[in-house]
Design a protein around this ligand. Structure first.
Ligand code: SF4
Length: 224
């Protein structure tokens, strides 16, 4: 859609701050089951699952972590094996050499500086090797204390199509969302946007004709 048409469509749909409430309400009704798809039992498993999920699917991560979490239960366990052994244990997740190096370095820092516990602030988490802002945001949100809003490829696409941001950079998009989304929804929004992105608002073929956000979306291709 040409920029001028998009601006006009945005104007007709109303200000983003007025639309965000109905958008979240409708997505909640549409995807009440939306939740993180990674399987974990504690903060350490959560952190490792999210670190392994870069550039692969949650299904692959869960397949790898099932035996992994039986073998490795503490940060020390990840340091007690050779790098090659850990690489082989996480190989199907891709970029496994880099991930294995980061995992061991992150476990060493957890032991050195955090008493072996997974920290619960963004500032501390991003100090761990291999943990960027997106990973840290996922971890703190699942710990129940979101300090930002996760922005992945689905959330970026939906935020742009829904006219909630004019930015492309994930940090700028997160800032735009934080301005309009109530803090108590910071952990919920990513799940709702990711599930809607997967099920309805596909990157190449959005199903606008059946989308519950159609009348609130400036990028809707067909009116219903
Ligand atoms: S109306 Fe279309 S473009 Fe807008 S959110 Fe729904 S599927 Fe995506």
């Amino acid at each position: 859609m040409a920029r001028s048409y998009l601006a006009e469509a945005r104007r007709r749909r109303g200000p983003r701050k007025a639309r965000i409430g109905p958008i979240l309400d409708r997505l909640q009704a549409e995807h009440p089951d939306a939740r993180i798809a990674l399987a974990f039992r504690n903060d350490l498993e959560l952190l490792i699952s999210v670190m392994l999920s870069a550039q692969t699917t949650d299904v692959t991560v869960n397949r790898v972590t099932k035996p992994l979490f039986e073998k490795y239960r503490t940060p020390q366990d990840y340091l007690a094996v050779s790098l090659t052994e850990l690489e082989n244990d996480i190989r199907p997740t891709g970029t496994f050499r880099q991930k294995a190096r980061n995992l061991q370095a992150a476990m060493a820092l957890l032991l050195e500086e955090f008493d072996g516990r997974v920290p619960d602030t963004l500032e501390e988490l991003v100090r761990l090797p291999g943990v960027g802002r997106k990973t840290a945001n996922v971890v703190v949100a699942e710990q129940g204390a979101p300090q930002g809003i996760v922005v992945d490829t689905h959330i970026r696409r939906l935020s742009q199509r829904l006219g909630l941001t004019g930015n492309d950079d994930p940090v700028a998009i997160e800032r735009d969302l934080q301005r309009i989304v109530p803090r108590e929804q910071w952990a919920r929004l990513p799940h709702l946007f990711i599930w809607h992105g997967r099920r309805v608002c596909d990157a190449r073929r959005p199903r606008c004709e059946t989308c519950v956000l159609n009348d609130l979306c400036p990028a809707a291709r067909v009116a219903i």
